[in-house]
Design a protein around this ligand. Structure first.
Ligand SMILES: [Zn+2]
Length: 471
């Protein structure tokens, strides 16, 4: 891989900051390697001390770039690193989020080297966390270091939240955000924990799906009944559950719960056109899974179904006898885990109420059916034309020489809905990893070129946002 980062005379950023970046390239590389050597696996209790080490490392770097109020804030589990650089009176305030925890490393034998002995080879960082999300966190720190070396302050006010439980459910984050609302007051949030759509094509993620997860329990009797003695006289919970589930979604892929689609923000024609223009190979997508055929809601493309339409799925179901051979019973009970993936502006609680009412309506009288809420997360959407999204697009275009594509993701990033719904902030999802970067898998990698570009996009973004009028 050739060195593609811009030469100083073609700088899309302040020349003094570019010069600082040129001069500190080795130190910046070493900084990421040093950070990635800390095995901050949030899911494993034996790494609790490493989590603190990683949090302190981040806090130390924040202090080094002149952040104030730097704190390694304790939570019920892993600490949250907080800090701020508010040196631009009257300019917008940006809440910056990345996470310092990483996924476990198994299967360890598929790693070429030790996951926490990261290195650079053929223009790539390789090691656990170099892409998700330590590399992106270090891009933010590196951008600040270069600004400081050039004797400058960011053109916006920055408030940093670096989380340690992203890979473990973010449980502590919500309460912490609630408790720290004033300290988190901002005009916009920038989350760097996403990536490109395909290959080396920069992207801004404008929407994420939410989720509503529930369980349906169908009960007939305290114990299994003899199917010879009782068969034909009582309902069967497994049959009843099958009928209930069949009622939830049609063969056309449409969810039958009344009102399910009421709050869906429709895709505009322009958005559908832009999505159709994305380089997406449907057959490759199918073959990679692999499944016999792709199916989904009628009237929508595969990419639209995957990212921009809500859906409902059975995640698991169980009932009765499951051993070898035969056992002639009518099961006492049957159960199903059901989840819906939601899009803006569907509300998980409201969707649950709809599900519950509909299940009650279609439940037969011979069994007792209950529907309970397990968990939920709100979808999020920041329109492409939002000034903050457009500022990010200009920053990307300046650095890459090409505009980003706008994408939607089918999954969720819990912090996004917390910033969006709890703090009421528009969210810009600005990430610099490639889809094939092996996040969560062995031999995770990040292109050094993307690390360099990302750092410059961030430098430029603060200028672009600083030039905006405060909302
Ligand atoms: Zn991540």
């Amino acid at each position: 891989m050739t060195d593609l980062y811009p030469a100083p005379d073609a700088s899309p950023i302040d020349p003094a900051v570019e010069a600082a970046l040129q001069a500190s390239r080795e130190a910046r590389t070493e900084s990421l390697l040093e950070f990635a050597r800390i095995p901050s696996i949030s899911a494993l209790p034996e790494h609790a001390a490493d989590m603190v080490t990683a949090a302190e490392w981040v806090a130390g770097r924040l202090r080094r770039v002149g952040a104030t109020d730097v704190e390694v804030a304790p939570t019920a589990l892993h600490p949250i690193v907080y800090g701020r650089i508010h040196e631009a009176p009257g300019a917008p305030t940006v809440l910056v989020y990345c996470h310092y925890d990483v996924q476990p490393v198994d299967p360890i034998d598929l790693w070429e080297t030790s996951p926490f002995d990261p290195f650079v080879r053929d223009g790539r960082f390789i090691g656990r966390g170099v892409a998700d999300d330590k590399g992106q966190l270090v891009m933010h720190l590196a951008a600040l270091e270069a600004l400081r070396t050039a004797g400058k302050a960011p053109a916006v006010n920055l408030t940093f939240v670096f989380e340690g439980e992203e890979e473990y459910g973010s449980d502590s984050l919500y309460a912490w955000i609630e408790d720290n609302r004033e300290r988190l007051a901002a005009d916009v949030a920038v989350i760097s924990d996403t990536g490109y759509f395909e290959g080396n094509l920069p992207a801004i993620t404008v929407a994420l799906r939410g989720i509503m997860y529930a369980q349906i329990d169908v009960v007939l009797s305290p114990v299994d009944l003899h199917s010879g003695m009782y068969g034909g006289t009582v309902d069967n919970p497994a049959n009843a559950l099958a009928r209930i589930i069949a009622a939830l979604k049609g063969a056309d892929g449409r969810v039958r719960i009344p009102g399910f689609y009421d709050d869906v923000v429709p895709l505009t024609d322009a958005e559908r056109e832009a999505m159709a223009a994305l380089p997406f190979d449907e057959e490759a997508y199918r073959a990679e899974i692999p499944v016999p055929a792709l199916v989904g809601e009628a009237g929508w493309t595969t990419l639209e179904r995957r990212t921009s339409r809500p859906t409902l799925d059975v995640n698991g179901m169980w009932s009765g006898f499951q051993g070898e051979g035969a056992k002639t019973i009518i099961p006492a009970h049957a159960h199903a885990k059901i989840s819906t993936r939601l899009v803006a502006n569907q509300d998980p609680k409201r969707i649950f109420e709809g599900l519950k009412a509909f299940v009650a309506e279609v439940s037969p009288p011979g069994v007792v059916v209950t529907t309970r809420y397990i968990h939920g997360g709100e979808p999020s959407l920041t329109p492409t034309e939002h000034p903050a999204t457009q500022a990010a697009a200009r920053a990307i275009e300046a650095v890459y020489g090409a505009p980003p594509v706008y994408i939607r993701e089918g999954g969720s990033i819990p912090v996004t809905s917390a910033f969006d719904h709890t703090l009421g902030l528009p969210v810009v999802l600005l990430g610099f990893t490639q889809p094939s970067c092996n996040a969560h898998a062995p031999n995770e990698w990040l292109l050094v070129e993307n690390f360099e570009q990302g750092t410059r996009v961030i430098v430029r973004l603060w200028d672009e946002l600083g030039a905006l009028e405060r909302a």
